[in-house]
Unconditional design. Structure first.
Length: 349
């Protein structure tokens, strides 16, 4: 054919292929970004389960005994860490006998306190379900005294209580910022432990309200000083844990410090131990305030500092306070508390 340049066709084909490649590249990148956005988080959380938790040294396991549950059955849970380096048990489902603990608590005729704060909108949103589920699962068959701290005692929901269970409502001022409400709990608890609560309870658990019981939370959880492993962080390497790192803060932990990351939504112990804990955290928060700073996770950062300095005598596995958004995990057999959906825009206004 006259005038036909035989280089045009290959050039056109090349241009077409380049555009096609570019389109494919764009398509794949967009799918990758979308995929990571939608599922990547879950994939990463799944990879986390490959990080080993460590094992209890064989020499220490026979020596590990708990004052409430007796000897611990470490072999029942070989896939998880069941003790700390300082010899405290980490309580996982199957490592203890709940009946032994129940009998022991009844024999000692103990009273267990449960404190919870429901200030502002946290009251309507979470309190009723929290208390009703506690009636079903918390220290069943034991003497229990609930302490609800609220700025609106008149708005308390009605909750039918079982035998040997009491509810006391205490008024607290509402702080302006939610962070201050959270931190002010340490001082209020310290004062309450020094008054009637401290006289009527042998052991006390201090809990966040935005959660609910979903399984038996019994005397197996009792000890002098109890810390809760944080569901989001229990498999993370120590250097990644969200401790306060600013050296100016009283809550600061330097690199290389810290054992585990503890969740402030659950801690407990004897009245004496908790008086010390709450005094320490309150003082730390006060010092930070004077320096014009606030720890990364407020009271939780100070609690983590305290547990680094004064080791808890018992740790609760993440089964005791589980966050469902993390997804399914083989080691989580029997969740005791579940986080309620966080609705910060609704409750923190
Ligand atoms: C995280 C920790 C919490 C605490 C907080 C401080 C979780 C589940 N909990 O909670 O233990 O360390 O960080 O940064 O990760 N409250 C009120 N009214 C308010 C604000 C708080 O009653 O206006 C009470 C309530 O009992 C609540 C608790 O304080 O459950 C902690 O506050 P949060 O649940 O809003 O804080 P959150 O979920 O980030």
């Amino acid at each position: 054919m006259a005038g036909y340049d035989n280089r045009l066709l290959p050039m056109a084909l090349k241009g077409f292929r380049a555009k096609k490649r570019l389109l494919w590249w764009l398509f794949l990148s967009a799918s990758g970004v979308l995929g990571l956005y939608l599922f990547g988080f879950r994939i990463l959380r799944h990879l986390e389960t490959l990080i080993p938790m460590g094992v209890c040294p064989a020499a220490t396991t026979p020596l590990l005994k708990d004052n409430f549950t007796g000897a611990l059955h470490h072999r029942a849970r070989p896939e998880v860490l069941t003790c700390t380096s300082w010899g405290a048990p980490i309580i996982w489902d199957g490592t203890f006998d709940p009946h032994v603990a129940e009998q022991e608590a009844r024999r000692q005729n103990l009273t267990v306190g449960l404190t919870v704060f429901a200030v502002g909108r946290y009251l309507e949103k979470y309190l009723k379900r929290f208390l009703e589920s506690a009636e079903q699962y918390f220290m069943v068959g034991q003497n229990v005294v609930y302490y609800v701290f609220t700025d609106r005692p008149e708005a308390m929901p009605y909750v039918a209580l079982g035998q040997s269970r009491l509810l006391r409502v205490e008024f607290v001022q509402r702080e302006r910022r939610w962070q201050d409400v959270s931190m002010a709990r340490m001082r209020t608890l310290h004062e309450a432990l020094g008054k009637q609560l401290g006289q009527e309870a042998d052991y006390v658990f201090c809990l966040d309200v935005d959660q609910y019981f979903a399984g038996n939370f019994g005397p197996e959880a009792l000890a002098d000083l109890v810390g809760q492993l944080h569901a989001w962080h229990y498999r993370w390497p120590r250097w990644l844990l969200p401790y306060e790192r600013d050296k100016r803060s009283a809550a600061a932990l330097s690199w290389g410090e810290g054992d585990f990351y503890y969740h402030a939504a659950v801690f407990g112990g004897t009245v004496k131990a908790l008086r010390k804990l709450t005094a320490h955290c309150d003082l730390g928060q006060q010092l930070d305030r004077e320096r014009g700073i606030e720890a990364l996770w407020q009271d939780e950062s100070h609690l983590n500092k305290f547990f680094w300095l004064y080791k808890p005598s018992k740790l609760l596995s993440p089964e005791f306070c589980w966050a469902q958004p993390i997804g399914w995990r083989t080691e989580i057999h029997h969740p005791r508390l579940l986080w309620a959906p966080k609705e910060y825009t609704l409750v923190r206004t």
